[in-house]
Design a protein around this ligand. Structure first.
Ligand code: NAP
Length: 324
């Protein structure tokens, strides 16, 4: 299988890249990856994507961009890319079912994944009360008591979503003030189901078959307290999904893909956009904007390649005057 542009990842960055590349008649192929629609598809409500007066569901937003790009010829494939060979042209990509896809240009938009707490009990009780997706799992916690760890926008956004279902929600935050936007803070402080434990973090998740509680440690006093809860939702930031590219392109010390500010990586023909690059803004709208940039840069790159190839062919066909 060959495509002029292969887009790895299907969040707002990848899907917007697909839209622009499709409108440039490049018939891009989007390899959807593990999380079709990206992290935004697991977000209940997106209130700050321009153009949606009453907000829009994250899944619906991703689905809409996907359909919009498909209308102009974008193709989709449910697979994971497991290998990228950038030593030859076209690039050679291998999928998890050992299929080979060749591409003249590649756009990396693999996003990021929720960071784990790394405490005892977390791995063992994953999907047994430990969840990183309130939108997906909130329903299972009807009438229950849960802990959300973190004080950023994700923690508050997703925690507030959980209050639709749970009886009690405790935010455990390592400082005594929140990083989240004031509008979310106001909503959380005025929600009767919500309370905060400040200057603290979860040092162990308790339970055998399912979560029965957490051990919380106060970072100022060192005092620990066991809380009986049914669920734990860590929202302590994200790590970029870039390990596949570590030997191919330049990454920074935290694993974010390095670009020149115009989505070019250090390998000509490989572009990157969205949360796998951006550790500052990390918004759906900024990811979409970078996806647009990456597609435009890829379009210009391919046009230049085509022009250079044509010129080379002409030189071969018509030897320069004076060589006769
Ligand atoms: P974030 O803004 O980096 O917040 C992570 C939170 O987890 C912080 O409160 C941090 O504490 C805490 N934390 C980090 N490591 C920890 C650890 N080891 N133990 C305990 N707590 C820890 O990440 P995010 O909330 O996932 O948001 C990521 C980006 O997406 C941000 O730019 C955010 O604005 C954006 N976002 C926006 C919206 C929205 O606009 N509605 C929704 C979701 C996400 P400190 O505060 O002490 O550092």
């Amino acid at each position: 299988m060959h495509s002029q542009v292969v887009i790895i990842g299907s969040g707002p960055a990848g899907l917007t890249a697909a839209l622009y590349a499709a409108r440039a008649n490049l018939e891009p192929l989007v390899v959807r990856g593990l999380q079709p629609g990206g992290l935004i598809a697991t977000t209940s409500e997106v209130e700050n994507y321009p153009g949606f007066v009453d907000g829009i569901g994250g899944y619906e937003l991703a689905e809409n961009i996907e359909k919009q790009a498909a209308r102009f010829g974008a193709q989709y494939k449910d697979a994971l890319i497991t290998k990228v060979d950038a030593s030859q042209r076209p690039f050679v990509l291998t999928t998890d079912s050992d299929e080979t896809i060749t591409a003249d240009a590649v756009i990396i938009s693999t996003g990021s994944s929720p960071r784990h707490l790394g405490v005892p009990g977390e791995e063992k009780l994953a999907n047994r009360g430990v969840s990183y997706c309130a939108t997906c799992d909130g329903f299972f916690f009807r009438g229950k008591k849960v802990v959300v760890v973190g004080g950023g926008n994700s923690a508050l956004d997703e925690g507030l979503f959980l209050t639709r279902y749970v009886d009690e929600l405790i935010f455990v935050h390592r400082r005594d003030s929140l990083r989240a936007d004031p509008v979310l803070q106001d909503r959380a402080f005025s929600n009767p189901k919500v309370r905060f434990i400040w200057d603290s973090t979860v040092e162990e998740i308790l339970g055998d078959e399912k979560v029965t509680g957490v051990r919380v440690v106060n970072l100022k006093t060192g005092a620990t307290e066991d809380l009986a809860v049914d669920g734990v939702f860590p929202y302590i930031g994200h790590t970029p999904n870039s390990s596949l590219f570590k030997d191919i392109i330049e990454l920074d010390e935290n694993g974010y893909v390095l670009t020149d500010g115009r989505t070019h990586t250090n390998v000509p023909g490989i572009f990157a956009a969205g949360d796998v690059v951006d550790h500052i803004y990390r918004q759906a709208i900024t990811a979409a904007g970078e996806g647009c940039q990456a597609a435009m840069e890829a379009t210009w790159f391919l046009a230049e390649q085509e022009h250079a190839a044509k010129k080379k062919a002409e030189q071969v066909e018509t030897p320069a005057l004076g060589t006769w």
